[in-house]
Design a binder for this molecule. Structure first.
Ligand code: SDX
Length: 435
C-alpha cells in the first residue's frame, strides 16, 4: 500500500528544555496526525494513551468514521447507500479491492467464494470435543484457529497468491463454520453449503434447514440479514480489528489472526454487546422498569452500563443504528410480530435515554447493537449466536485490514511501551530472612 499522507505542517514539543519538531500529516477526511515515530529517540520520553483515545495506529484507506457527524464510509461510499443498494459479496469485494466490481469481476469473485464454502471433513471432529452447551463463540475461536492446521498451502503471508487464497477461504468458510456451531449447539446434523444459493441465503439454509424437508429462504429475512452483515463488516481500528492487526504484525498466519479477532470481539463492551443488549431488554421486561435501569446506568458505583448505548467514536447517532432500526421494523412486520414486547421496551428506552440529561450530556446514543439483537432474535437466532453473526460479517473487515497491514511498507511488529510504577530494583531475600 502506497502512503498518501500529505505533510501539512509541523508541531514543536518542548520537554526538559529540549524542543523537538514533529511533522504533521493530513489525510483525506478526519483529524491530522502528529508523527511521533522519533519522539522517544529525541525526547527519551514515551507518550501515554491507554485505550488509544488520541492515537492513530496506522494509515488506512478502507473505512472512515466521523463520530461527531455520524458518518461511516466504506472506501468512500456512505454505509446507508451500500446497505440500501448493494449486497454482502459486492461490499466484501469493495472493502478488499477498493472499488466496486464490474460484472465480470463480481462473477469471478462470487464464484471463487462459492467454491471455497466447504470445510475439510476432519474439521468436524473439533465440534465433538465441545459440550453441546458450549458458547458458540468459544467454538468459533477454537475451530477458526484450527483452520491454520488444514491450509498449509495458504499460510505464507509473503506470497500474494497465498494471501488471496487465505482471504477467500476465510470469507467463504465463516458461514459454514458458524452454522455448524449453531447446529452443534441444538443437536442437529450439519447442513452442507449449496453452490446455487447466494452467500446469505446459503447461511440461513445451513442454520435452519433440516434433512427431513426442503427449506425455502424467506427473501425479506435473507435481505435483512444481508443488510445486517453489510453494517457489521468493518469499522476502522476497533478493538477486534486492532487485535487482528497486532497479531498479524508478528507474521502470524491469517487464520490465527482472525481467531484472535473473534476472541476480542466476544467482549460485552464490543461485539458481545448485541447479546448483552437483548439480555438487558429481557431483564428490564416492561417499560415501567426502565427508570430503575437508567438510574443504575448513571450510578458511578454500579458497573451496569446501558448495553447498546454509547460508543468510543460516535458522539452522534450511529449511522448503522438508523439502518438497523429500519431493518428491525421490516423483519418484525414481515413476521407479523410488530408488537414484539421487547421492541416496545426498546423503543421506550431509546426515547427516554435520548431525552435524559445524563445521556444527552455524554452523547450516549443507541449504537448498532441496540436494534440488532431484537432483529436477530426475530430471524430465529438464539441470543448466544448474535456475536457469531457479528464475527461472520466482521471477518471481511478484519481480513481486509490484515492484508492492508501486511502490504503497508511502514508496518512493523506492534510493540507498545509502558510507564512502570512497580517496585524499584531490589535484591533477592532468602526465605529464612523474610519478615
Ligand atoms: C461496538 O469501536 C467500535 O467501532 C466498536 C463497534 C464496531 O463496529 O466495531 O462499533 C461495535 O463495540 C459498539 C459498542 C457496543 N458496546 C456497548 O453497547 C456496551 C455499552 N457501551 C459502553 O460500554 C461504552 O459506551 C463503550 C465501551 C462502547 C465506550 O466506552 P468509552 O469509550 O469509555 O465511552 P466514553 O468514554 O464515551 O464514555 C463517556 C462517559 C463515561 O462516563 P464518565 O467517565 O465521563 O463519567 O459515558 C459513560 C462512561 O462511563 N458511558 C455510559 C455508557 N457508555 C459510556 N454510561 C452508561 N451506559 C453506557 N452505555
Amino acid at each position: 500500500m502506497k502512503s498518501d499522507m500529505k505533510e501539512s505542517g509541523e508541531a514543536s514539543f518542548t520537554l526538559n528544555g529540549k524542543t523537538v519538531d514533529l511533522p504533521v500529516f493530513k489525510g483525506v477526511h478526519g483529524p491530522d496526525v502528529v508523527d511521533i515515530r522519533k519522539f522517544y529517540k529525541e525526547t527519551s520520553a514515551f507518550t501515554f494513551d491507554p485505550g488509544f483515545t488520541s492515537t492513530a495506529s496506522c494509515e488506512s484507506k478502507i473505512t472512515f468514521i466521523d463520530g461527531d457527524e455520524g458518518v461511516l464510509l466504506y472506501r468512500g461510499y456512505p454505509i446507508e447507500q451500500l446497505a440500501e443498494h448493494s449486497d454482502f459479496l459486492e461490499v466484501a469485494y469493495l472493502l478488499l479491492n477498493g472499488e466496486l466490481p464490474d460484472r465480470a469481476e463480481a462473477e469471478r469473485f462470487d464464484q471463487s467464494i462459492t467454491l471455497h464454502t466447504m470445510v475439510h471433513e476432519q474439521l468436524k471432529n473439533f465440534y465433538g470435543g465441545f459440550r453441546r452447551d458450549a458458547h458458540p463463540m468459544a467454538i468459533m475461536v477454537g475451530v477458526v484457529g484450527a483452520l491454520s492446521a488444514f491450509y498449509h498451502d495458504s499460510t505464507d503471508i509473503n506470497d500474494p497468491k497465498q494471501r488471496q487464497i487465505a482471504i477467500h477461504r476465510m470469507i467463504a468458510k465463516m458461514p459454514t463454520i458458524a452454522a455448524m456451531a449453531y447446529k452443534y449447539s441444538i443437536g442437529q446434523a450439519f447442513v452442507f453449503p449449496r453452490n446455487d444459493l447466494d452467500y446469505t441465503s446459503n447461511f440461513m439454509r445451513m442454520c435452519f434447514a433440516v434433512q427431513a424437508e426442503e427449506y425455502e429462504c424467506n427473501e425479506v429475512l435473507c435481505d435483512a440479514l444481508d443488510k445486517i452483515f453489510i453494517l457489521h463488516m468493518d469499522h476502522e481500528q476497533n478493538a477486534s480489528t486492532s487485535t487482528v492487526r497486532l497479531a498479524g504484525s508478528s507474521g502470524a498466519n491469517p487464520f490465527a489472526c482472525i481467531a484472535a479477532g473473534i476472541a476480542s470481539l466476544w467482549g460485552p463492551a464490543h461485539g458481545g454487546a448485541n447479546e448483552a443488549a437483548l439480555n438487558m431488554l429481557e431483564e428490564i421486561g416492561t417499560a415501567d422498569r426502565i427508570p430503575e435501569f437508567i438510574a443504575r446506568a448513571k450510578d458511578k458505583d454500579d458497573p451496569f452500563r446501558l448495553m447498546g448505548f454509547g460508543h468510543r467514536v460516535y458522539k452522534n447517532y450511529d449511522p448503522r443504528a438508523k439502518v438497523m432500526r429500519k431493518a428491525c421494523h421490516d423483519v418484525l412486520d414481515a413476521l407479523g410480530v410488530r408488537e414484539e414486547p421487547l421492541l416496545q421496551v426498546a423503543m421506550e428506552l431509546e426515547k427516554i435515554a435520548l431525552e435524559d440529561e445524563y445521556f444527552v450530556s455524554k452523547k450516549l446514543y443507541p449504537n448498532i447493537d441496540f436494534y440488532s439483537g431484537i432483529t436477530l432474535r426475530a430471524l430465529g437466532f438464539p441470543t448466544d449466536m448474535f456475536t457469531v453473526l457479528f464475527a461472520l460479517a466482521r471477518t471481511v473487515g478484519w481480513i481486509a485490514q490484515w492484508r492492508e497491514m501486511i502490504e503497508d511498507p511502514n508496518q512493523k511488529i506492534g510493540r507498545p511501551r509502558q510507564i512502570y510504577t512497580g517496585p524499584s530494583e531490589r535484591d533477592y531475600v532468602p526465605i529464612n530472612k523474610r519478615a
